[in-house]
Design a protein around this ligand. Structure first.
Ligand code: GDG
Length: 747
């Protein structure tokens, strides 16, 4: 491109300058010569005027010596060569030495009186001006004043050199200006054109290709970006990816400081029995969902450092970069005392709010000291978040029921922050929530968030009617907003999901191999149908209920004994709490009872693994199973169901799913059951065992498409796009509210 600009504009200009110089120089020469001649003539006339009075008596006396002296005085001017005095017929009367060397009286005959002519002699050119004199009583004579024209030649040459240099330089300068103007015009044109086509701004200042980059390459680069961006925009609807999410953060939120806050940390470091430090990814739906989002967006994740070796691996600011294999964000650990953990985590969060929000019929406990600890820990996190957020207007994503009052604690400290609170568990109806002794304080603090997210519309509506019942505020049911003390909170449903494609898919063995390896590991024979359950060991997940359903099935259909095994992974969770301890004991006892009742030497109806499994092994289990059962009594979403579907790239396997999970709103091709109905659950197990392969595949195909489209990048992307819209609206309101003088400064 640069070469072509040179060829097309600079060269023609230089050629034009050459042509002008070639044809113009003789003209300039003539012009200069005329100027000098005229100048000489004027000078000659002046000299003649000064001679006019003194000359006639000297000529009359023929006093050559006096004439010589007189002439010497007059010809002090270096350029004046001398004088000639001739008779009109060419006879010499007098001449100075330098004049005679250049010209004779005979040479001057063609020059009329009062005229000048340039004559050329061996020593150079001279200008001779002739003046006729007719003194009274004397014969006429002519005075020739001879000027040296060689200085004019020299000047002419210098002047010509200057003219050529000036013309050349001007041409160069013009060419350069032309190139620069063309460059800037093209750049602007390309930018405007592309922006017009796309309706968006692609070249923001930070991203603009450097000025020196050839225009065509710049245009190509911008077109490429546009194409990429359009592809990502199409992806928004069908195929959300980490790149699409990054684009939202960059383009719509303008890359703010992102801070995620949760109780559970994504990586836990513990001391093993031999003293080594081990690392574990906890069994947590929140971590499963948020971790890939943070990998894509980066930023800081603030969480409770709960591992026994957590302090060993952080820096002096309690931070460490994760994930260990490819660090892309910062984990900032917050330390809690045993008392804080007791009241905040075990107490109010898991003995109060967790059972309150899940209709699993476990009675919530509310203790004043737990509430105090809850408030204190929220305050502690608020301090850390404010410090980590640094900037004035960060985006803060608060996770779950552990931090219901955090939005209210952050708002006064960071009024310009965009605060999102996502509630990972169900929201009960107003009546149920009404039993919480601190409901008003909790709700009004929650409403200080800008965005309040739930998995389903149903939970949103429950929340709005709870707020309506207990808080003095303005609710816009249509827009789902709540205005409280001048702050507007947007309530919306964002169904959470998992990363797509799943991380382990690239390295997992094929399904056949997974089946063989899992069966070998757990002693399950080839012909036995393998049912799978994977959960955090929690009373909401319906583990004992599914055992009862299997028992009923085996009881009613004795031919199925020896034909089906339920492999149950139960990762211990909140084991300190009485309800969870009782659940674990109850689960173990029920599994044993059923195994004793039906089991044989080479077959067990239930294989219960009460231990946390590495995530890649969980993935292998999903691939090995014939059916997966998710019969939660109540579940915000349930990611196990989605993980099972995502793991089945062989498009096989049956999902049994509780209608009391958020996931059942999306995975309609699962066998949907009421988990409280043991018979229905048992029937679903039977259907799963008997379902023809084509039907299994058709259902799985449809569910896979749904999980792929509604993946976790879409979940985060939709929330962040809403956050971006709110930020833009707030910025506009600030501008409109500002006094005119301030507005001018802003713009
Ligand atoms: C809450 C809401 C909502 C389980 N055992 C192991 C293990 N897991 C993983 C699963 C899954 C996660 O734990 C459980 O996710 P869920 O969504 O089922 O449930 P919660 O932890 O209760 O999560 C829930 C979720 O938040 C997200 O919003 O869906 O409704 O209750 O990813 O794979 N992971 C490993 N070993 C195990 O033994 N590594």
């Amino acid at each position: 491109m640069f070469r072509s600009i040179i060829l097309r504009s600079v060269l023609p200009l230089l050629v034009a300058a050459g042509v002008v110089a070639y044809f113009g120089l003789p003209y300039i020469d003539r012009l200069l010569r005329d100027w000098f001649s005229t100048d000489m003539q004027v000078r000659a006339r002046l000299v003649m005027t000064s001679l006019e009075d003194a000359l006639p008596p000297l000529v009359e006396r023929d006093d050559l010596a006096a004439l010589g002296n007189f002439a010497n005085k007059v010809t002090l001017d270096q350029r004046l060569l001398g004088l000639l005095i001739c008779r009109p017929d060419g006879q010499l009367l007098f001449e100075t030495a330098r004049a005679s060397a250049a010209v004779s009286c005979a040479d001057t005959l063609p020059i009329a009186d009062g005229r000048s002519a340039v004559l050329h002699s061996g020593s150079g050119s001279v200008l001779v001006s002739m003046f006729g004199q007719t003194p009274r009583g004397q014969p006429p004579y002519r005075v020739g004043i001879v000027y040296d024209m060689s200085f004019a030649d020299r000047r002419q040459n210098t002047a010509r050199d200057y003219v050529i240099a000036f013309a050349g330089l001007s041409a160069m300068l013009l060419a350069l200006m032309l190139v620069l103007a063309a460059w800037l015009l093209l750049r602007r044109w390309a930018n405007i054109l592309i922006r017009d086509i796309s309706g968006r701004r692609f070249l923001d200042d930070a991203q603009s290709p450097p000025l020196w980059m050839p225009v065509l390459r710049q245009v190509r680069k911008v077109l490429h970006e546009m194409e990429e961006s359009q592809r990502l925009e199409m992806d928004y609807r069908e195929n959300w990816t980490p790149q699409a999410l990054q684009l939202v953060v960059r383009e719509q939120l303008h890359s703010p400081k992102m801070v995620v806050v949760s109780n559970r940390e994504p990586y836990i470091h513990d001391f093993a029995s031999d003293g080594r430090i081990t690392m574990q990814v906890p069994a947590s739906g929140m971590v499963t969902a948020l971790e890939p989002v943070m990998r894509a967006c980066s930023g800081t994740w603030v969480a409770h450092g709960s591992g026994s070796a957590d302090r060993e691996v952080v820096d002096r600011h309690d931070r460490l970069r994760v994930p260990p294999e490819d660090p892309s964000y910062t984990l900032r650990r917050v330390w809690l005392t045993d008392e804080e953990e007791e009241g905040f985590y075990y107490g109010l969060s898991n003995e109060g709010l967790w059972p309150l929000c899940h209709l699993a019929y476990v009675r919530p406990s509310f203790r004043e000291e737990d509430w105090d600890a809850y408030r204190a820990v929220n305050r502690k996190f608020a301090e850390v978040v404010v410090r980590e957020a640094g900037a004035n207007d960060p985006v803060i994503l608060i996770q779950d029921y552990h931090f219901a009052i955090l939005p209210g604690q952050l708002r006064p400290r960071r009024p310009k922050a965009t605060v999102l609170l996502f509630w990972h568990i169900p929201w009960p109806n107003a009546e149920t929530f009404g039993v919480c002794p601190w409901k008003s304080e909790m709700l009004s603090h929650m409403l200080m968030a800008d965005v309040l997210g739930f998995h389903t519309l149903y939970h949103c509506q429950n929340f709005l009617s709870t707020v309506d019942r207990f808080i003095e505020c303005q609710i816009d049911q249509e827009r789902m907003t709540v205005a409280l003390q001048g702050h507007v909170c947007h309530v919306n449903a964002y169904p959470i999901s998992i990363e797509w494609p799943p991380r382990w898919a690239a390295t997992a063995p094929d399904v056949g191999q997974c089946r063989r390896s899992v069966r070998r590991r757990f002693g399950i024979r080839e012909h036995v149908t393998l049912g799978l359950g994977v959960e955090r060991w929690d009373f909401t997940k319906g583990v004992i209920e599914r055992f009862h359903a299997l028992e009923l099935l085996l009881d009613q259909r004795s031919q199925l004994r020896g034909q089906v095994t339920l492999l149950q992974i139960a990762a211990p969770s909140r084991s300190k709490l009485p309800a969870y301890k009782a659940l674990q004991e109850g689960t173990l006892a029920e599994a044993e009872r059923i195994n004793v009742r039906f089991g044989t030497a080479d077959w067990q109806p239930i294989v219960l693994v009460g231990q946390h499994q590495p995530p890649e092994q969980v993935f292998e289990l999903y691939r090995a199973a014939d059916f997966c059962i998710v019969n939660s009594l109540h579940d915000g979403m349930n990611l196990v169901a989605k993980e099972f579907v995502a793991a089945r790239d062989d498009e096989d396997g049956v999902l049994i799913l509780s209608t009391f999970t958020g996931a059942s709103r999306e995975l309609l091709e699962a066998l949907l059951i009421n988990p409280f109905d043991v018979t229905e659950t048992a029937d679903a197990m039977l259907r799963a065992m008997q379902m023809p392969r084509e039907q299994r595949q058709e259902r799985m195909r449809l569910m896979r498409r749904s999980v792929k489209e509604n993946n976790v990048y879409r979940w985060a992307g939709r929330m962040l796009m809403d956050a971006a819209r709110i930020r833009q609206r707030q910025a506009l309101q600030n501008v409109e509210a500002a006094p005119l003088s301030q507005r001018r400064r802003m713009s």
